[in-house]
Design a protein. Structure first.
Ligand SMILES: Cc1cc2nc3c(=O)[nH]c(=O)nc-3n(C[C@H](O)[C@H](O)[C@H](O)COP(=O)(O)O)c2cc1C
Ligand code: SF4
Length: 432
């Protein structure tokens, strides 16, 4: 069973010095870089395209295609911005990756900048993860000292400056245009698109924005070849990815596997449900995608299959909830997050998330009315597709999917005057 896993980015995590330059090099690190520098930049882009790497930050946009949108010979500076603002509930892959293996991200960033002809790269990290920021700063300093960053990298004539930038801690700053605005020193609010960042991004210059895991996957494609990468995964979702398991599972953590692995397989690898309890609901792609149930245990976790099931692969944050969990309470908690993180720029999201929390809260506490479920769905309908950015759209699938699968539980809360679940039973310190 364990050969279902494909440790690449996580391969050296159990080494005590995995985060150092020596530790990374000992396990094959910085071998892709000279190979890439010996190629023409366009050939590097072609290799990533041929590997069919799709963005690991949520939307699954083809990475090589994104790079090829950067206009060439335009006389403008080009930038790479690595999105390391990871903060969606349940999403926990980029921070552990940067903690354990920051050099793979730096090597990927250097190769990417070479391909898109950028001489400045920024890693925009969520401000709260100070320990991770320190790791990245140390790794960047080591890379400069070893000649992987700075002027004339490995004698190739290619120059690159890398800046580790700490954000102030706002979920909206993970939205790519808000990230750029924040990086420029303004309040992190989303911008209109078009113009897209590839044309007018950071400081109004062509900019590639990619997720930490997307950029970190690049060295393995260059080192092992596009075919190696494309042979992993499913027909349209190639390669491997980190699946972060949390919640009511015996051994939570990061499991790196080919796209298309099923929850049943992941549960076998992680020791199963805690206390042998029944799976009630789960997310395949974080709180922004709709919840799924035990009828989806054998669904391949690739972009297409999860979308066909009405949810999304997102960031592969697999949050697992057993039968002790109140679905209304869980959805309320997520919705409180979206209300708190709404930047307030547009009315549907700012007002809608406020009212969704009020409705869910009174249902959870037995003060709801007969019409609350329909009212909630109506508010969701008025946010979806009408919000300025994807944060608003992300707030509604947990609610609509929960009502779809567990409408009776919502009604029960209302009819029985409150939540029928014992909150202590669903805590993680209960039993395992
Ligand atoms: C509210 C919001 C938060 C986001 N947060 C992140 C994040 O923390 N990290 C990330 O890589 N992408 C995040 N995204 C997606 C980015 O906008 C963007 O699609 C992604 O960084 C592109 O990288 P990729 O093509 O490598 O996936 C977020 C999107 C939204 C709407
Ligand atoms: S949907 Fe509107 S209010 Fe919500 S975060 Fe985006 S821009 Fe801000």
């Amino acid at each position: 069973m364990t050969d279902t896993l494909t440790p690449v980015l996580t391969a050296n995590w159990d080494q005590p010095d995995s985060f150092t330059l020596d530790g990374y090099k000992r396990t094959g690190g910085y071998q892709a870089l000279p190979k890439a520098l010996a190629m023409a930049p366009d050939d590097v882009i072609a290799a990533v395209k041929a590997g069919s790497l799709r963005g690991r930050g949520g939307a699954g946009f083809p990475t090589g295609m994104k790079w090829s949108f950067i206009p060439q010979n335009d006389g403008k500076p080009h930038y790479l911005t690595v999105n390391a603002d990871e903060s969606e509930p349940g999403t926990c892959k980029d921070v552990p990756l940067m903690m354990a293996n920051p050099h793979v991200l730096i090597e990927g960033a250097i190769i990417t900048c070479y391909a898109i002809r950028a001489s400045h790269a920024f890693i925009y990290v969520r401000g709260e993860v100070l320990h991770t920021i320190r790791r990245l700063q140390l790794a960047a300093a080591q890379a400069y000292e070893a000649g992987y960053l700075g002027k004339n990298i490995l004698g190739s004539g290619f120059d690159l400056e890398l800046i580790v930038h700490a954000g102030a801690g706002a979920y909206i700053c993970g939205e790519e245009t808000a990230l750029l605005t924040s990086l420029e020193g303004y309040r992190g609010l989303p911008r209109n698109r078009p113009p897209f960042p590839a044309v007018e991004g950071l400081y109004a210059s062509p900019t590639v924005i990619n997720n930490v895991e997307s950029i970190s996957s690049v060295p393995s494609i260059i080192a092992n070849g596009s075919d190696w990468f494309a042979d992993l995964g499913t027909e349209k979702s190639k390669g491997y990815g980190i699946f972060s398991l949390s919640g009511h599972v015996k051994t939570p953590g990061q499991y790196e596997a080919p796209l298309g692995i099923t929850l049943r397989e992941l549960l076998e690898l992680s020791g199963g449900m805690r206390g042998g309890r029944r799976l009630k609901f789960w997310t395949a792609g974080g709180s922004s995608a709709g919840i799924l149930t035990d009828e989806h245990l054998d669904m391949p976790m690739d972009f297409e299959s999860v979308a066909a099931a009405g949810s999304g692969l997102g960031t592969r944050s697999v949050q697992i909830f057993d039968e002790t969990t109140c679905v209304v309470g869980a959805v309320l908690r997520w919705t409180e997050f979206y209300q708190h993180e709404s930047c307030g720029k547009c009315t549907p999201c700012r007002e809608g998330t406020f009212w969704l929390v009020r409705l869910l809260d009174r249902l959870e506490h037995g003060q709801g009315t007969d019409g609350d479920i329909e009212k909630m769905l109506d508010v969701c309908d008025n946010i979806t597709g009408r919000a300025f950015c994807a944060l608003g759209d992300s707030a509604t699938p947990p609610i609509t999917s929960a009502v779809h699968y567990f409408r009776d539980e919502f009604i029960q809360h209302h009819k029985e005057g409150g939540c029928p679940f014992d909150p202590a039973a669903s805590t993680l310190w209960g039993d395992s």
